[in-house]
Design a protein around this ligand. Structure first.
Ligand SMILES: NC(=O)c1ccc[n+]([C@@H]2O[C@H](COP(=O)([O-])OP(=O)(O)OC[C@H]3O[C@@H](n4cnc5c(N)ncnc54)[C@H](O)[C@@H]3O)[C@@H](O)[C@H]2O)c1
Length: 275
């Protein structure tokens, strides 16, 4: 299903760790649609080496390491990418998230604050840092499109999602704050895509993920959106077909966010009540 809708477009894709990553699928589809881009991830993630395989498949894309919590890394990434691509960007995907409190199973009522700072910095403030760095280096073309990935835990409580819910609230708020300014000054759009639970390294690290995944699937009339579906939506959002969409949190979740109860959940509950 490629129609060349990103032909001639240039960009940066953050967060392709392995072939399950949402960013990995976005890179494959962006390449198929004719885009040229730089791949980036944290230096520590690159040691696994899988990103080199992706770069090869994507027309020998260049890879630049960047720890998104470091100002210097971000400046270096944006500056070098402008040189490599020979011009400004038309799209950026921020597909980054990390919580040490979740990794170490620290309860929300007992978080380590040093880790919480890291969570907020890596998972949310990095989005502001990215946009501020691009702004200062005038790195985006008019009608460029910036996307970050988020989760409905920003609006509602999913206890196992813990402090990531707070990080995603902040992330979504930055899309509005910077989206206003970027729209007004440079006609650049900024949005977040709120994705279904997805079987990736980050997703599976959240407690009770399998139950969470099954519940979301049973509640959503279309079922869960998978990583491939999410990548298609990102490509649509990078294309010229969505030029007037900005400052939005776009639910890409098979209808989960608008559904209170479903026939599938009813069946499970009915069996339980009948026990
Ligand atoms: N998987 C899900 O269920 C789900 C649902 C909704 C939203 N999301 C969001 O999608 C995005 C991508 O996650 P994914 O599910 O593809 O998992 P993933 O584990 O494949 O990707 C997360 C990426 O963040 C990168 N990262 C972590 N710390 C970093 C740092 N300091 N600097 C640079 N990069 C760093 C990792 O190396 C990894 O590539 C995240 O923002 C995540 O919160 C995921």
């Amino acid at each position: 299903m490629s129609n060349g809708i990103l032909k001639g477009k240039k960009g940066i894709i953050f967060g392709a760790l392995n072939e399950n990553s949402i960013a990995w699928k976005v890179a494959l589809k962006a390449h198929a649609e004719g885009a040229e881009f730089v791949l980036t991830n944290a230096p520590v993630a690159m040691r696994m080496g899988e990103i080199n395989e992706l770069a090869k498949i994507c027309g020998n894309a260049q890879i630049i390491p960047c720890d998104v919590s470091k100002d210097e890394d971000m400046k270096n990434l944006i500056g070098k990418s402008l040189e490599i691509l020979g011009g400004k960007f038309d799209f950026i995907l921020h597909s980054v998230g990390m919580s040490m409190n979740i990794r170490k199973s620290r309860d929300y009522t007992d978080v380590d604050y040093k880790w919480m700072h890291e969570t907020l910095d890596i998972s949310a403030i990095s989005f502001h840092r990215l946009m501020q760095t691009c702004w200062k280096q005038d790195a985006l073309n008019e009608w460029g499109s910036i996307i970050a990935l988020t989760y409905i835990g920003a609006q509602r409580i999913f206890p196992h999602y813990s402090e990531m819910g707070d990080a995603k609230s902040l992330l979504e708020s930055f899309a509005r704050g910077f989206g206003y300014r970027y729209g007004k000054e440079k006609k650049v759009r900024v949005n977040t895509i709120s994705q279904s639970p997805t079987k990736t390294t980050a997703g599976s690290g959240v407690g009770a993920f399998e139950d969470f995944f099954a519940y979301a699937s049973a509640l959503s009339p279309l079922g869960n959106a998978d990583a491939d579906n999410c990548a298609d939506y990102c490509i649509a959002m990078f294309s010229d077909y969505t030029r007037m969409v900005t400052m939005q949190n776009l639910f890409h979740d098979g209808g989960f966010s608008q559904t209170g109860f479903s026939h599938d959940i009813f069946k499970v509950m009915d069996e339980k009540v009948g026990e």
